[in-house]
Design a protein around this ligand. Sequence first.
Ligand SMILES: NC(=O)c1ccc[n+]([C@@H]2O[C@H](COP(=O)([O-])OP(=O)(O)OC[C@H]3O[C@@H](n4cnc5c(N)ncnc54)[C@H](O)[C@@H]3O)[C@@H](O)[C@H]2O)c1
Length: 256
Amino acid sequence: MLLQDKVCVIVGAASLRGIGYAVAELFAEHGAKIIAVDILMNDIITSEIKASIDSKTGRNAYVSGIRCDIANSADCRQLFKEALSRYGTVDCLVNSAAIVKAQSMLTIEEADYDRIMGVNLKGAFNLCKSALEVFAERKSGTIVNVASVAAQRGGGLVGGAHYAASKGGVISLTRTIAREFGPLGIRANVVCPSMTETGMLDGMTAERQKEIEMSIPLQRAGRPVEIAGACLFLASDLSGYVTGATIDVNGGSHIH
Ligand SMILES: NC(=O)c1ccc[n+]([C@@H]2O[C@H](COP(=O)([O-])OP(=O)(O)OC[C@H]3O[C@@H](n4cnc5c(N)ncnc54)[C@H](O)[C@@H]3O)[C@@H](O)[C@H]2O)c1
């Protein structure tokens, strides 16, 4: 049990096929109390998430859901206020929420850019700021942001330049938080997945996916639980001396 009784806010957790849900499930298996957050969160989705986690853990796990649009700073402040009122404290934030759009540079309009940046980068900023207000007061807390290999290799397989740039911003944001808040005992790290089997790949043909997989040293896409494993390491005391780090979970597709 690496996270016994730790209160973990997991953002981007509405899809049972997604990385955020896999993080929630793995953290619950390790004893965490889960607040599953998403712009799509509602009572029905919360019940589905809880039922799925209960059946996996064989326990009546602490799982609750909160709807939040991370692009909205007031929503993020309200999220942590609500989390504190439900659980009394927050120990960990994992931000796995993002949107993606496949576009070549010259087709990206200002509205596309603003939308991707508003969720992926400003959303990460809003969430981290609200979490840090809580963590700074308590002089403890961990942040794990999910970025992407797209930030490291100059674009991804799915997203355009705006997506890659937003994820590059998430890496810089996290490093800055690590430096500024390290003296308070607060850690912040990033996970960079590559192609992972979630709803984000739904638009891709099977042939294209196979072709990409053959170019990856491990010859397959990642599984959500494998990204969650890196998040678990970074959220737990196993990584007590790790901050400002970027952990690649990419099957060797980008070795640098
Ligand atoms: N799947 C991949 O191949 C892949 C590769 C690299 C990085 N990533 C990153 O992994 C993370 C998880 O992606 P996923 O593959 O699980 O996809 P996903 O679409 O299942 O998860 C993203 C979640 O973010 C939520 N979301 C979108 N906008 C939001 C907002 N404004 N406020 C709150 N929630 C919002 C969505 O509703 C969704 O549930 C993302 O940050 C993504 O960029 C995914």
